[in-house]
Structure formats: C-alpha cells, structure tokens
Ligand binder design. Sequence first.
Ligand code: NDP
Ligand code: MG
Length: 406
Amino acid sequence: MSRASPQVQNISVLGATGSIGSSTLDVIGQHPDRYRVFALTAHTRIDELKTLCLQHRPRFAVVGEESHAQRLQGDLRAAGLATVVLAGPQGLCEVAAHPQVDAVMAAIVGAAGLESVMAAAVAGKKILLANKEALVMSGALLMSAVREHGAQLLPIDSEHNAIFQCLPCNYAEGLAPVGVRRILLTASGGPFRKSSYAELEQVTPAQACAHPNWSMGQKISVDSASMMNKGLELIEACWLFAARPEQVEVVIHPQSVIHSLVDYVDGSVLAQLGNPDMRTPIAHAMAWPERIASGVTPLDLCALARMDFIAPDLQRFACLRLAIESAQAGGAAPIVLNAANEIAVAAFLREQIRFTHIPQMIEDVLNLGIQGQIDSLGGVVEIDQQARQQAQAWLKKQSITAGKRA
Ligand code: NDP
Ligand code: MG
C-alpha cells in the first residue's frame, strides 16, 4: 500500500564512508520515495566518497582538507554532477544546519562529530545520533540546545534505540514519574569476554577489532573489546533518558539479540529484540513514529535456542569502571575520559601501547583532576584539548620507560 502523501525527506549523512554511514545509505536506498541524500561527508576516504556521490548525487559533499575538496570537485564536475564540495568542520556544520535539510545522520566517530551535532541541534533538525561521544562530552549542552531549538534527538546506538522503544513517550522528566525502576543496558562482552588479564596484555589490534556479533569501525570495535563502549553508552543513556548512573545497570548478554531492557516498578520488564544489524535502529529512527522495512533478516527464536546473562567484571574491564565513576563524578570527568580514551585507542591501533595500557592511561589522566567550564562548547573543547595533551604526555613517558626497559 502506498502512503497517502509521500513527502521526501532530505538527509545529510555525516560520516558516510563509515560503517553506520554505509548502513544508512543502504536503508535510504530501499526507500527512494521517502528519503533523498542531501549531503555526504567523509574525512580521508575520498575515493569512497566519490563513488557514493556518483551513486546518490547529493547537493553537497564534505571532506577533511581543502586540497581533497578541490580534487573531488573537479572529478565530480567532469562526471556531470552539480554537487558542491566543501571542506573541514565549517563544511560539516553547514550541511548539518542547512535550511533544506530535514534529518541529520550524525555518524562521525569521536569528538570530531561534536560541533556538527551541535549545529544540527541549534538549527532545530531531526538528529539521528550515532556519535555517542558528542553526548558523553557535552550532554547538558546538547540536550538543552535540542529543547531550546525544537530539535529532535533519536538514538541510533542499538541499546539506546531499544530503550527508547521500550519507554513511554513522556519519559523526558525522569524515569521515576513514568514508573521505571531501572534501565538494563546489554553488552555483548566483546571478543575478550572470557580472556584472563594476562591474555588481555597480549591482544593485537586485529583481535580487538574482530567483534563476535557486530561489524563496526575500528575505534568502536576497540571500545567494545575494552568495554569502554558500554561505559560511554551508560553516560549516553543518562543524558538521553534523564537517568542517574545508578539507574542504569550493565548486563552481559553474549548473543546480542536483546538490545536492552526497561524494568518497571510493577515487575514488568520490556525488551527490544532483533538480529544484530544496525539497519534496524537506523530504519526505526529514520521513520519514527512510523515503521519501514530495513532489509534485516527476521529473528528466528528457535534457531537462537538460548540467551545468557552475566554480570560484568569491573576488574578485568577497568574501562567500564572508569566510565561509571566518571558518570557519577560528572563535570569535566566524562570529557577527560573520552579524550584520553580516543588517544589511547589510536595509540593501541598503532601498536604503540598494549591493550591493558588503555585503562591505565585513562585513569592516570583522570587522576590529574582537570577542571573547566562545561557550560559552553568552547569550555568543553578546552577540557578535551587539555586531556589530550596530558594523554600525549603519558604516551611519551610510557615510550621512554619502555625504551629504557628494552
Ligand atoms: P567508522 O570508523 O566506520 O566511520 C567513521 C566516519 O567518520 C567515517 O566516515 C570517517 O571518514 C569520519 N571521520 C573520522 N574522523 C573524522 C573527522 N576528524 N572529521 C570528520 N569526519 C571524520 O565508524 P562507525 O561508523 O563504526 O561509528 C561512527 C559513530 O557511530 C561512532 O561514534 C560510534 O561510536 C557510533 N556507533 C557505531 C556503531 C556501529 O555499529 N558501527 C553502533 C553504535 C554507535 P573517513 O573514513 O573518510 O576518514
Ligand atoms: Mg551500542
């Protein structure tokens, strides 16, 4: 049955060359009557972006550097496309806030996504939020910008999308008034769920990136392996659902079929289930409050046969403990946690530090007690920069010590 009055929505896909970007373009491609790609952005994968531009013919494309923008602009013009190519953070903000944009898929990884998410919020857009780091860094600012400018924030992270689906629509004032006892945030436990600390010391980037259930970008794959991802998600849940950290409980569920649960005071526990494929939360958020097909295989419960649930081990997975402590501390702590983690993960991927150094570095940087103003984007960025400098200094010290040992 066709819809009564189809209205095509213009979508800017920020981080189009990434894992979420690609799943988003897949869902958009299944519904050309509903969605049109307005802008596509990439950072370094310019050739991939060019292919996507030829396929989706967007109004705008954005890349990291001016020289790349000029080359891409020439290539697209030669191919007969009218796409305008922009560069840098300013370009990202422009396509996030453009008057003709209806929805913004925020799928840039890390702190680099913050400014464009804020620009979309201030422009009152429908924001499909995958970039959890933006909320971790500036939850209070972002949530108030969303309220003040009439934007809509819909969670793409599968757990938060599940929680959103299990909550009543009037949860914004807090969980207690709507009868919610707690949120149960599920975690797969990642590839090292059963590894000993001694084994964790030896893991390689390739092993850390080989997630058992999900295919994702490198940074979030390492975060999942260290369980920092679940810690960032706990902070994300607190902001999205007006929850206190102690109202969010992490449960390991290795099959990744239950994407999270909501426990009500009457004893009801609501869950959202589905095969682990990001096209489900993406399609859900894109069409909300309607439902559209996503291309995801229907769940076969009999083939699944069993589901396990285990409490997390905060000693082996110290990143989760550090994130919970940062959520409780509030203020600058989550910004410092996120910045130090980004530096540590990048260093681990370059094989500069061991996997077990990741929480050690984050804890040392957190213990410096970096403070600052968190009531403006400038203040948040300043804390982020300070934490990055300290994390870099930690790395330098570490390599000197390792050099002396060698
Ligand atoms: P990827 O690494 O696959 O993609 C990241 C995207 O961000 C790429 O398009 C990349 O461009 C772009 N990018 C990287 N750095 C910059 C920068 N400095 N400025 C502008 N753009 C940049 O990541 P994912 O798709 O896996 O994750 C994206 C976000 O979604 C993350 O915040 C992650 O936590 C979240 N998320 C991801 C899930 C998943 O299943 N993948 C699930 C839930 C949340 P290029 O490649 O061209 O350099
Ligand atoms: Mg998630």
